[in-house]
Design a protein around this ligand. Structure first.
Ligand code: 4AD
Ligand code: MG
Length: 477
């Protein structure tokens, strides 16, 4: 017997035929109606049990969470709420689920509770929807780059380079703790840990991707990256996925065009392919908004927000213009920001980013030409000698979703910058080679995958859009 997916049964093409289906019980009502879900869709199939001809013990074992295998006839449903249902003729319990002990009760659980049960939360409607949307977004990303002729490059997870120069790396060692060479004072000699070489988990695949762009033209990475920053915010993870395109001969404005086109494409793909999930997440969000005070409620529904991004160009604003806007903003004058902007040269805090996006421009914003001293060493220095061709894309409710730049392609300028910042040229000799042999202008960016999933699902905590979040408190399983 071939088993069908719930999604296909609900499409109705198999109506009035014998079908088989396997899945997990969401609810069981009146000893008769099973709502069965198999993960193929947010929707359940109603399976009607002939309870008069089913023994008591079996009926008792149909509990929330149990795995079942059913056979019966797919018929048009007489009841309200569903178009089709299965009239069950044969039912097998594949795996029991003790109703008293199963943590995922058929009721609304708090997100905090669900985070503690990351292995079971995917059995709820919300997490099923989020993870299907996440998967569709990942697919759309590969499809976009494939259509544009990019080559997918797998950059290493274990590396000697600190791409961002921010020192937020997890150290990697091949040795047991007691074998790691120690200095005289007993501290670990990190220079000699990974087969005699100092290594860490990658913070970004950019530097390696740049070397590939210098041969393959257009490349992208899509993989896990790691930051040992002790940030307990709803926007930071210690392990997150990043998409990093890198394109030879692109300048900063080409880079902005690419980022905008790319983000639109993947959002549109998801709206077109995950209708039911997005509709569910939208109604979930509406419920959540209702519990907030009026003034804090979002003005736009989820799909309106996503369509807004599709229909409107992102505002392109230089850092210098943004500082002027912030300096003259009411909250700044009333000192309402956690960190007040007084001086050109200050890094923007998320309060500032959100003010620009949510209050001033009311649109996604691309900020560019940042002061050189608040950005990474590899960014192209502008003619003014004090700003670099950096760009950050800021999104409503999220803040920074993309960070990118045109890269410094001039060997001497790059070396001088590295010297100034104390970046080891010997360690990055291979990176410098790209500037010694056939250097050309090139640009790229990094999109934080979970921040994109946050935006598209309307969730508000990054821990809720990755299956097993790694944060300073949680890397348990
Ligand atoms: O701005 P970042 O640090 O830029 C880079 O790593 C560059 N090498 C990218 C490039 O040009 N190829 O990180 C890029 C994006 C951020 O905009 C943010 O969306 C995300 O990665 N990100 C994080 N997401 C979750 N948790 C964290 N701790 C993150 N740190 C950065
Ligand atoms: Mg950044």
């Amino acid at each position: 017997m071939k088993y069908s997916k719930v999604k296909d049964l609900l499409a109705g093409t198999l109506v009035n035929t014998e079908v088989g289906v396997r899945g997990w019980v969401r609810t069981f009502r009146n000893n008769q109606f099973i709502a069965l879900n198999d993960g193929s869709t947010i929707n359940n199939i109603q399976c009607v049990v002939d309870f008069e001809n089913t023994d008591e013990t079996t009926l008792k074992r149909i509990t929330t969470g149990a795995a079942l295998q059913l056979h019966g006839t797919l018929v048009e449903s007489q009841g309200a709420g569903q178009k089709f249902e299965v009239q069950v003729t044969r039912l097998e319990i594949l795996g029991d689920s003790d109703a008293e002990k199963f943590p995922m009760q058929p009721k609304k659980h708090s997100l905090e509770f669900l985070r503690e049960n990351a292995h079971l939360r995917v059995r709820t409607n919300a997490f099923g929807a989020i993870m299907r949307v996440r998967s569709a977004l990942a697919f759309a990303i590969h499809q976009y780059f494939r259509e544009k002729g990019f080559v997918y490059v797998h950059t290493p997870v274990i590396t000697g380079a600190d791409a961002e120069g921010a020192g937020e790396m997890f150290q990697v060692t091949s040795l047991n703790l007691d074998q790691i060479p120690r200095k005289e004072d007993g501290t670990i000699n990190y220079k000699e840990d990974f087969f005699g070489k100092h290594t860490n988990l990658t913070v970004s695949g950019q530097l390696e991707a740049e070397t590939y762009a210098m041969a393959l033209g257009q490349v992208y990475t899509f993989g896990p990256t790691f930051r040992a920053e002790n940030s307990n915010t709803s926007r930071h993870l210690a392990e997150f996925w990043m998409i990093e395109p890198e394109v030879a001969f692109n300048d900063l404005h080409d880079n902005m065009d690419l980022a905008e086109d790319f983000i639109r494409y993947v959002i549109k793909y998801t709206l077109d392919h995950c209708e039911d999930d997005i509709a569910f997440l939208e109604s979930r969000l509406l419920d959540e908004e209702k519990s907030k005070p009026q003034a804090e409620r979002s003005e736009m529904k989820l799909r309106e927000k996503l369509n807004f991004v599709l229909e409107n160009n992102f505002k392109r604003v230089s850092y210098t213009e943004a500082i002027d806007i912030l300096k003259n903003s009411k909250p700044n004058k009333n000192k309402k920001f956690a960190y007040v902007i007084e001086e050109w040269g200050a890094d923007l805090q998320s309060e500032h980013e959100r003010y620009l996006v949510e209050k001033h421009f009311k649109s996604p914003v691309i900020l560019f030409d940042y002061p050189a001293n608040i950005k990474a060493f590899y960014m192209r220095l502008n003619e003014d000698g004090k700003t670099v061709r950096a760009m950050d894309i800021l999104f409503p409710g999220i803040g920074e979703i993309v960070g990118g730049s045109q890269r410094e392609e001039r060997y001497e300028v790059l070396v001088e910058k590295m010297e100034k910042l104390g970046i080891d040229q010997e360690e990055l000799w291979w990176y410098l080679d790209t500037r010694r042999f056939g250097s050309a202008i090139h640009s790229g960016f990094g999109l934080g995958f979970e921040r994109l999933v946050l935006f598209v699902t309307g969730m508000s905590n990054i821990r809720d859009v990755i299956p097993f979040p790694r944060t300073p408190q949680n890397a348990e399983f």
